[in-house]
Design a protein around this ligand. Structure first.
Ligand code: SF4
Length: 421
């Protein structure tokens, strides 16, 4: 029996849903219900009762952001749909926008009504041509049906929505960098506070939510918090979308309730690694999470992965086959963050460059072990010294690689050669 799901009726996207299909399965009934009640605060209360956490990686309570934005002073407020999705290997937001754009749009309408926003922006990765086409189509269909624009469904609630491209540097997906980009400036993270909920787009209160977070709002409002809590675990209700990439037998996006077994995702759904290769390690939350040894019985939940020393991030599950050199794998990640550091903060510039250099020299056997032992100290010293969280991101993968695969590092340090080549 397929696992119960919330966002994709069949667990993984089967087809691009039309406006009519979405209406047939109850689409826009949550909006009608909320507008009929006439109490924007009740949306936030329901989301709070549901315990929905943001799905962009930081897991901030969705209702808390909404409440802060709703309470913020200001006539003009905005909602931004963050579909920058610059995390390497992540494509679940693109999939949602391509397959169920009306579900995301209904989430935007509910969020805007809840916080008192009259304008919203889809901020979508500029390389996602099909997703952006589907958003434009959904906006036109919803407008024609009286679900968008002035006096929605005959009420006094109005919302204008624009679709804008998101540049592709990694930091462009950071919430405040998204706001800078929407203001026509380079997509660089802002120093915080102030946070977007009080001073966001053009200095106005702005709710920035990830695509997947917003797609969860309609089913919660329609079916209630108790129904939502029947999925997942007590600490982390609901489901999570996982991006399964080409190293696996069956790449795709899969939806599983929190607390599902790791084996259910990587063996039963993803089919294991390609060509039957044996798994050496996983990186369960993308490049800013820690490597773990595979354990098919481990539960996929934020709490369980944290207890194991890693994090669930935005659900990019990478797999590394037996025979993969973990020095090379760690170096690839260090180089990624060195390249993606935007350069605004001296500590981040120095740290990311030092990490990539040290690992590259270790790979060639040109440094002593003590150089690697400095890495955790450098990371600790720089904690919180950047405008955004990128400065802390190389830490978990690098430190865990050093801890879990010391033999790979020893071999490189001693011989300057890769033990797997
Ligand atoms: S922490 Fe790094 S990536 Fe973030 S703003 Fe500072 S320099 Fe840029």
């Amino acid at each position: 029996m397929p696992p119960p799901t919330i966002l994709f009726p069949a667990g993984s996207p089967q087809a691009k849903e039309t406006f009519q299909d979405y209406r047939r399965r109850g689409g826009y009934r949550a909006l009608a219900l909320a507008l009929g009640r006439g109490k924007p605060a009740s949306i936030i209360e329901e989301i709070q009762a549901a315990g929905l956490a943001g799905r962009g990686g930081a897991r901030f309570p969705a209702s808390r952001k909404m409440a802060l934005c709703a309470q913020a002073e200001g006539e003009q407020k905005y909602v931004v749909v963050n579909g920058g999705e610059d995390e390497p290997g992540s494509f679940k937001d693109r999939t949602l926008l391509e397959c169920v754009p009306h579900a995301v749009l209904e989430g935007v309408l509910l969020a805007a009504y809840a916080v008192g926003a009259s304008k919203a922006f889809f901020y979508t990765n500029e390389t996602y041509a099909e997703a952006r086409r589907r958003i434009d189509q959904a906006l036109a269909e919803a407008t024609a049906a009286g679900l968008l624009g002035e006096g929605i469904l005959g009420t006094r609630f109005s919302l204008a929505v624009e679709s804008r491209p998101a540049p592709t540097p990694y930091v462009a997906g950071e919430d405040t960098a998204a706001l800078e980009s929407l203001e026509g400036k380079p997509p660089l993270p802002r120093q915080k506070p102030p946070y977007p909920v009080t001073a966001g787009l053009f200095g106005k209160p702005t709710l920035v939510h990830n695509v997947e977070t917003l797609a969860n709002l309609p089913p919660i409002i329609l079916n209630g918090a108790a129904w939502f809590r029947s999925f997942g675990t007590a600490e982390s209700p609901g489901t999570m979308l996982y991006s399964i990439n080409v190293e696996w037998q069956r790449p795709g996006v899969y939806e599983l309730p929190y607390g599902a077994r790791e084996g259910e995702l990587i063996e039963e759904l993803a089919g294991g690694l390609k060509d039957g290769a044996r798994l050496r390690a996983i990186l369960p939350g993308g490049p800013s999470s820690a490597f773990l040894l595979p354990d098919p019985d481990r539960r996929l939940s934020p709490e369980s992965l944290q207890a194991a020393g890693s994090n669930i991030g935005c659900g990019v599950m990478r797999g590394y086959a037996e025979g993969t050199c973990m020095v090379e794998a760690a170096l690839e990640i260090a180089r990624f963050f060195e390249k993606e550091c935007c350069g605004q903060c001296p500590a981040c510039r120095m740290e990311t460059s030092m990490l990539a250099n040290t690992l590259d020299k270790a790979r060639q056997g040109q440094v002593a072990r003590q150089a690697l032992e400095q890495i955790p100290r450098v990371l600790e010293f720089n904690k919180g010294k950047g405008f955004c969280s990128l400065i802390g991101m190389p830490g978990p993968p690098l430190v865990s690689a050093l801890r879990l695969f010391p033999e790979d590092f020893e071999s490189h340090l001693k011989t300057g050669q890769c033990p797997f080549k």
